[in-house]
Unconditional design. Structure first.
Length: 291
């Protein structure tokens, strides 16, 4: 289970030192989970995933910070626009507090966003939903704690939370029904939120652990949760977390043993294919510690 022990929040300033966004559309569209009587949500206990049952809603689980010092966005070329007709948009934003600037540089944050965009694109293709939009927001521990408390009733930070767009479309894990209406905005897998300080703290703690030689035979030595301590680089660890998070977006879960086993097997399949595709398409190799 990826929701692990709580680390102290890193930074509580409300000013935003980082605000980057990248999207494959020329008009950035920020989604907000509308909070009114018409929007119902189901929180799955002991699971880092929030399920929304309302079909028709638009916007982001993270509200925009009022004070933004830096903003980066990408625009589409003519060729990219043609590709967008075949693939859904990928929207990535960073909303980190001012104190987070001491733990990750501007350049490293931009590189992380770029790596995440290519990773999401590949995972989405592996899962069979290249035309569906996906959103990702990077936050600090303070913001993640608020989300974890509000939606999962856990007063601590965590590494990743997944917010599926509509769980009623899940036919079975990994298989989604088409939206009721053929509207572009409804072809959306959902949103993910990652705490950068939390992941960096995990990396720091894991450096003291013994090396791992690969996935084990026991079910407890399987999947992304077991893999994470093998990944000492931030970009590589976020890649692994995105595998886990996106599987939640398409209906996988790990509440009961049967679902957990199904999910970790799929995690390993996607991870192995992801590494091959990252190397072939981007020349990027994921570094794993080994004996």
């Amino acid at each position: 289970m990826l929701v692990s022990s709580c680390f102290p929040s890193i930074g509580t300033s409300t000013a935003s030192a980082f605000s980057f966004s990248t999207t494959s559309t020329t008009t950035s569209r920020k989604r907000t989970f509308l909070k009114d009587e018409k929007l119902s949500h189901i929180v799955r206990p002991h699971c880092s995933s929030l399920v929304f049952t309302n079909q028709l809603f638009f916007g982001s689980c993270i509200g925009a910070k009022s004070s933004k010092l830096l903003h980066f966005s990408s625009s589409s070329s003519t060729q990219q626009k043609e590709e967008e007709k075949k693939e859904g948009a990928i929207e990535i934003e960073s909303e980190l507090s001012a104190s987070s600037s001491s733990i990750i540089s501007t350049e490293d944050m931009k590189n992380l966003i770029s790596a995440s965009q290519s990773t999401i694109q590949i995972i989405r293709d592996i899962l069979g939903y290249p035309k569906y939009e996906v959103s990702l927001t990077f936050v600090d521990d303070d913001e993640m704690t608020k989300l974890n408390l509000e939606y999962l009733e856990k007063n601590k930070s965590t590494d990743i939370l997944s917010f599926p767009f509509d769980d009623e479309l899940v036919i079975e894990p990994g298989k989604l029904d088409k939206p009721m209406f053929d509207i572009p905005d409804l072809y959306h897998l959902g949103d993910m939120v990652i705490s950068v300080p939390y992941v960096l703290k995990q990396i720091e703690n894991d450096l003291t652990l013994e090396d791992y030689s690969g996935f084990g035979d026991d079910i407890d030595d399987r999947g992304i949760a077991y893999l994470l301590p093998k990944l000492p680089k931030l970009e590589d660890r976020v890649c692994a977390l995105l595998v886990h998070g996106m599987l939640h977006l398409v209906g996988y879960d790990h509440i009961i043993d049967e679902d957990y086993e199904l999910m970790v097997v799929r995690e390993e399949e996607v991870w192995k294919e992801l590494k091959v595709r990252l190397k072939e398409e981007y020349g990027k190799e994921v570094t794993e510690k080994s004996d």
